[in-house]
Structure formats: structure tokens, C-alpha cells
Design a protein around this ligand. Sequence first.
Ligand SMILES: Cc1cc2nc3c(=O)[nH]c(=O)nc-3n(C[C@H](O)[C@H](O)[C@H](O)COP(=O)(O)OP(=O)(O)OC[C@H]3O[C@@H](n4cnc5c(N)ncnc54)[C@H](O)[C@@H]3O)c2cc1C
Length: 600
Amino acid sequence: MSEPKPLPPHLTGGNFLLTETNPDLVSTPEDLAAEQRLMAQTAGKFMEKEVLPNFEALEHQQEGLSPKLFRKAGELGLLGIEVPEAYGGLGLGKISGIGVGEQFTRLGGFGVTIGAHCGIGTQPLIYFGTEAQKKKYLSKLATGEWTGAYALSETGSGSDALGMRTKATLSPDGKHYVLNGAKMWISNAGWADLFTIFAKVDGQHVTAFLVERTFPGLSTGKEEHKLGIKSSSTRRVMLEDVKVPVENVLGEVGKGAYIAFNILNFGRFGLGAGAIGGAKDLLKVATRYALERQQFGKAIASFGLIQHKLAEMAAQIFAGESIVYRTAGMIDAVMATGELMDSMTPNFPRGLDEFALECSVIKVACSEIMDFVADETLQIHGGYGYTEEFPAARAYRDSRINRIFEGTNEINRLFIPGLLMRRAQRGRLPLLQAIAKISKDILDLAPFDDSAGGDELAAAQSLIANAKKLALMLAGVTYQKFGDKLIDEQEVLASLSDIISDIYQAESALLRTLKARQAGGKSTVMSDLTLIFVNDAAGRMEAHARQSLAATSEGDELRGQLGLVRRLLRWQPLNTVALRRRIAKRLCELGNYPALIEGK
Ligand SMILES: Cc1cc2nc3c(=O)[nH]c(=O)nc-3n(C[C@H](O)[C@H](O)[C@H](O)COP(=O)(O)OP(=O)(O)OC[C@H]3O[C@@H](n4cnc5c(N)ncnc54)[C@H](O)[C@@H]3O)c2cc1C
């Protein structure tokens, strides 16, 4: 396997940590074309008319209802957005699908049904299927005639997915693999027609198989009794001597891990993008309730602490939305180059692999933003939020799964710095050179002007640039201390991961704001949201850096390092109370997040 050729800096995964990016090069929701907005509106109307009025029946899994609505979504063309036109899809990219996905997650369980189908259920075929496999299955999945599922997890292997025990053995005549084992927690298992099932050939070589529901020997267990996303189906899948034709091996024997993990990159992207959609919807619910509910003779929206919650939700959503669109734009651009990775046959698109780090950041950050928003929406509803009569309780339960599936947030936090190091070692990212440079330069740091002549966005930009230096310094110091054993220092790695995540979110929010400003739009709201986020990120990053360094160094060395942290993250605290009050007031006037951002 050869390492891929270099891409432009702004299209190189993980490179945001090493360079500055021009705002023009960043995709934002403000760039959406009319047709893309229209598709999201179609999905929105479908949700309003067909899905949300039926949510009780869906949550009680009324026989046949979910598959029926699923097929209707297919008839509207909403399931094949990323499927090539040759197989009945629209052949569009990630950006086009975001607005549609956001609509589906307004009912968490239905969002999982569709998300699992369009993501991990269909994408293995799009990127790893042979022509014959695509002809046979992909058009059925694109139109919703068939439902897809992805079966990797087992009772004994979740995070350690490659520890699976499901086996595949080639039949003596060489025509079939015979699969035996059981998969656990499979989304859509109740109604899926096609499963991508991972099994070990001869108990060793992880391989992906396309398995039809009707293949004899495949059965499913009963529905899991879940905390939330109750309208989705989650079941075990049992495999007893299931004969799978050799033509249904997806990719190559022994290369299933490439499929499993690369597909999860896009799965994580989709999960994060959907979570932001759910969060936006909830912020509308929270705002409406805060305006309606009267206590002490006033609407609770007039209280500072409620305003703080509303504005904080908006700031976090803005940061999350900014990383989703920025990453989608980068994925689409690399996909458009047609470049392939030659790790296996078939060669798969480089765009699937390039932004694995960014997809993990999106997964962790957006799932936690959604959880925060669900929690605060419930809190704003007080006692009523604790009942099933209001949507906050359901959203709170539904949201919780996002931190668990598609790789738990712990696993993703460990993956982020791990991937950076691996790419550096392979020469795919000039990280080691950047760390070496920073170790030299950092001693001669010019004093940082944290006021930037009164331009707060410029000050934020300098802070973010310095935070990147901090992340590199931290990576260097900890690697020097622990070497290859750094992998065992999970707390340090997770802190580094959170710093990287804050940098990506803060920078993406800032670049979006600068881009809007350059386009002549009114960016006061965006600017306020960015500054709230950056201000608080500065505190979080400092706390993470101090904790990691204290676990790494001691004495004078530690004191010197902490001094550098203080210098790098010197930041004059902003009056975020005033900023949040301004945002909350505007949000209450306009009623929802999209109107807040668009200023209407
Ligand atoms: C509703 C639902 C739907 C799902 N849908 C699908 C699906 O469609 N297809 C599919 O294949 N799977 C699916 N899953 C499975 C899901 O991906 C796994 O639950 C998840 O990967 C975690 O695995 P686990 O549950 O075995 O937890 P474990 O791996 O046992 O983890 C338990 C805890 O230990 C932590 N942990 C584990 N390893 C480490 C480590 N090395 N370092 C630090 N902490 C660690 C985890 O973060 C977690 O907090 C679904 C699960 C649910 C609940």
C-alpha cells in the first residue's frame, strides 16, 4: 500500500491544527444553494405531515408503520441523496444531505431508522460493492424498496469490534461461505432486507458479507426494551449455518476492518449532523416554553439564568453546525477529485478516509451538544419537563444513545490523537516537524496582544492560533515523556482530544463569521455566538492543558510549562453575560435558531 499524494493544506485531514485557513475556503450553511434548501424543506414537510403526527404510534412500534413511512421517504427521493444516479439515487454530496438528515432527527427514533439505512446500511455498498452487487442491491436501497442494516457489534465485542466471534467457513465446493454466530444491537434489524454482516473467515480474517434477510438460517431476536429512540428497531441477529454466496463477499476476504471503520467515519459525520438538527428543533421548543411560562408575574425568558441557557444552547449549536458544514465541504471536495486509496480491492475514495479525525470530533462534540441542549430544554420546562406530556423528556431519552453508538465518545476521544500520531508517523501529516518547530519557537514567543486593538474577532483569531501551538506543545511534551506508552495515558489523550475539538469548533465558527462579514452580511449574532464559544473554550483548554502537564512533568519543568500555557492562552475575559443576554433577547424575538442566524 502506498501513501496517498499530498492534498492542498485546507483539504488535508487534521491539517487545521498546523495551518491557518482562509475563510473563503470554508463551507458554511450560508452557502447552500436553493435546491439544497428545497430538499430540506421537502423533508421538513414530510416530517410535519406524515411522521410527527404519528409519533405516539411510532414510539409504540405500531406494526408496519415505520417501514411504511420509510418507503414514503424513499418515494420522495430522500433516501438516495448520496447514491450515484446510475443506481437510482441523486448522486449528491454530503452538504446536500445535511438539511434533510436534520429534519429526520426531529423524532430521534425515526432519525435512527433513516440514518442507519442511509449511512452504515447503504454506504458499504456504495463504496465497496462490485458492479454486480450494486446493480442487484443498491437501487433497492436508494429508493427505500429495501432497508439496510450494518451488523458489527456482538454481545462480547462492542468497542473491541474486531474481537467478534461470528465465523465464516468456505463450503467444500467453494460456492458459499457458511456463517455462524450472533450480532447484537442491530439498528433496523426488525425490518431490514439486507444486512452487511462482519464475520471472521476461518475464525481469523475479518470480512464483510451482504446477507439477505431471507437467507435460511438468519433470524432476529425480539425488540430491545430501550431507554429512548423507541420508534427505531434494535434487535439481535442470529446466524445458524447461513449460506452466503461467495459473490456476496463485500470487498476482499480479510479486509473487512477497512470497510467497518471507514464506513464508521461517515456514520459519525451523519450522527453529528443529525444531532445538531435535533438540537436546533429543541431550542425552538425551549424558547417557546420560556416565553409562555409565567413565574413571579413574568415570562421565565426574562430571567438571566434562563437567558443564559438559551444563548449557551445557541452558541454551542452554532459551533457544532460550523464544523459539520466545514467538514462536509472538505469531504465533498476530496470526493470530487476522484482520488482513490489503494489499500484494498476495490480501491475506495480517499474522501472516505481523509477526514476520519474531523468526523470523530463531530461525533463527540455534536452528540454532547445535543445532550446538553436536551438537558437544558428539560430544565427550562421545570417539573413539566419531567413528564411525558412535553417533548423534552423524550428528547432527553433519545439523545443519550448518541454518545454510545458509532464508537463510544471515549473510543472516539482516544482515536483523535491516535490518528494524528499515526498519520504523522506515516508522513501523511507534517505534525512531527510542526512539533519540533514549536518546541524551538515557543521560547521566543512575542507577547500576545489579547485586545487586538479592540477587534474582538481578531483577538479570538490570535487565541485560536496560539491554542494550536499549545496543542502541538502538549503532544510533543507528552510524547517525549511517555513515548509509545502514551497510548496507556488515556486521560492525557482525552484532554488533548478535547483541546483539538475546541480548536476545530472555535476556528470553524470564527471562519464562518468572517466569511459572512466579508460577504457584507450582518454578522453581529454570529460574532456574539463565536465570542461566547471562544471565551469559554479558552478556559476549558487551559484546564485540560494544566491537568495533562501536571500528570506529565513536575518541579521547575512543570512551572515553566504552566507559564507557557498562561502566555499562550492569555485572553481578556469578555462580558459574556451581556453577549448572552443580547442573543437570548434576539432568539426570543425571532423564535428559532435558523431565524436568529439569518437575522429574520
Ligand atoms: C440502540 C443501539 C443501536 C445500535 N446499533 C448498532 C448497529 O446498527 N450496528 C452495530 O454493529 N452496532 C450497533 N450498536 C452497538 C454499539 O455500537 C455499541 O453498543 C458500542 O460500540 C459500545 O459497545 P458496548 O455496548 O459493547 O460497550 P463496551 O465496549 O463494553 O463499553 C463499555 C464502556 O467502556 C468504555 N470502554 C470500552 N473500551 C474502552 C477503552 N479501550 N478505553 C476506555 N474506555 C473503554 C466504553 O466507552 C463504555 O463507556 C448499537 C447500540 C445501541 C445501544
